[in-house]
Structures are given as C-alpha cells and as structure tokens.
Design a protein around this ligand. Structure first.
Ligand SMILES: O=C(O)CCC(=O)C(=O)O
Ligand SMILES: [Fe+2]
Length: 230
C-alpha cells in the first residue's frame, strides 16, 4: 500500500529543519549501502553519527507519534533512526529494493538488534516547485507511481517495492527517510486492518449503532491478534 500522510511536520518545523540542514556538513550517500546500491546511488546524506541527524531524527519520531493516521497505516513495532538525504545537480538514486534486514546501533559489547524492513517512509522537506525531477518512483502490482509531495508530508510504501529517486535537474531536494518493522509483516493484511480501522472511525464519528461498532472493533482486534508479531 502506498499512503500519503499529510502534515507530519508543520511549516514552522519544516523551516527549522531546512535552516539546520542548509548549514549542515553532508557526506556521500554511498556510505550506507552495499556494493549494488552504491552503483546507482548518487546523493548526499547526514553522517550516521551526526548530532544534527539524531536531533532532527528525534523530532521526526515525535511528530510520527502524534499521527493516528500514520499509526493506523504502519502499526510500527520498531523504527530505524531517521536519516536525511539531499539530491542536487543531477543527483539520483536508481532502481533498488531496500535491504530486508537492518541493524540498529547498540552500545559496544551489547547484543545486536536487527529490524526487518516492512515499511519504507520518505518525509519530504522541500516544496515540489523548488526543484525539477526528484520524483520518488515506485513500482507495485498496479504499475508505476511518481510521487512528489509538499514539504512536511510523508509517503509510506512497502519496503519490498522496487523504487528510485529521479535525477534532480534544478534546485535541491531534501528529505528524511526511514524504515519500520511493523507489527503486521504482510502488506495486504496491514492494508485490510487500515481500511477496517478507517471504517470504524468513520462509523463512530457518524454516531452509528454502538453495538455494531463494538462488534466491528472486536473483529479488528481479533484480526490483529491473529496477524501481529511482537
Ligand atoms: O529519498 C527518497 O525518497 C528515498 C531514498 C531511498 O529510497 C533509500 O535511501 O533507500
Ligand atoms: Fe530505497
């Protein structure tokens, strides 16, 4: 499922992010991919251990925690600390599939913690008219989707999808991106729960029969109980 979640950051938060990112030291994006990805990845990223990355990444996680729509769609179990990228001067990231398993940073000597990537997220930090190109192009079973969202908006897409970022031929494209292990691994099951939750919310808001809504809520939780891995 591809989902547009508007307004994860408001305009003042976007302005704060942009000011900090404009003044930041950037590194080569190839530092965080394997040899296959390195062949097609041409962009800049905040270094993994950068203080700014941790600070802004924390602000992204807090903003996500305040979004019921994000929670309902993603059902997050574990989230990799957000990263930040920058494309300009023809920079692009060719077609790739995100790695299936990633490691969370742990203190030295502590056991490794791995995360299965079920859901990929891009949080757009520039307005679409500030740059040419830079569409996030995603292949799924319904074909190809070109996505370019307003600053502060998030795109949620399956980590299993083939995707790329088109060359940025004018201006600069800034984004935050991160991966999530969901409580529900299967994209179709997650989407079913999302649609059911949306319908329950709509029925509740319309003052529908309480007993029927209660029974549907039971169905939601019983499906989640069957499908969730904790
Ligand atoms: O910048 C983006 O929108 C996505 C980046 C991406 O696909 C990746 O880093 O794996
Ligand atoms: Fe990717």
């Amino acid at each position: 499922m591809l989902l547009h979640v508007p307004g994860i950051l408001d305009s003042s938060q976007v302005a704060r992010f942009r000011q900090a990112l404009d003044a930041a030291d950037w590194g080569d994006g190839r530092q965080t991919v394997g040899p296959q990805g390195a062949e097609v990845k041409h962009n800049l990223q905040l270094p993994e251990d950068s203080r700014l990355r941790n600070e802004l990444g924390g602000a992204v996680l807090s903003a996500l925690a305040a979004s019921p729509l994000y929670f309902s769609a993603v059902l997050p179990a574990r989230t990799l600390p957000p990263r930040f990228n920058r494309y300009e001067g023809g920079g692009q990231y060719g077609f790739h599939v995100d790695g299936a398993v990633m490691s969370l940073a742990v203190p030295e000597g502590a056991p490794a913690v791995n995360l299965r990537t079920d859901v990929s997220c891009t949080l757009f930090l520039c307005e679409p008219d500030e740059y040419d190109g830079g569409e996030l192009v995603i292949h799924d079973t319904y074909g190809e989707h070109d996505v370019k969202l307003p600053a502060g908006d998030l795109l949620v897409y399956p980590s299993s999808s083939l995707h790329r970022v088109a060359p940025v031929t004018r201006g600069t494209r800034l984004a935050s991106f991160f991966w999530v292990q969901s409580l529900v691994r299967d994209d179709n099951q997650r989407q079913t729960l999302f649609e059911l939750d949306g319908a329950i919310q709509a029925l509740t808001a319309s003052g529908a029969d309480r007993d029927a809504v209660l029974r549907l809520t039971g169905v939601y939780h019983n499906l989640l109980r069957r499908w969730a891995e904790t």
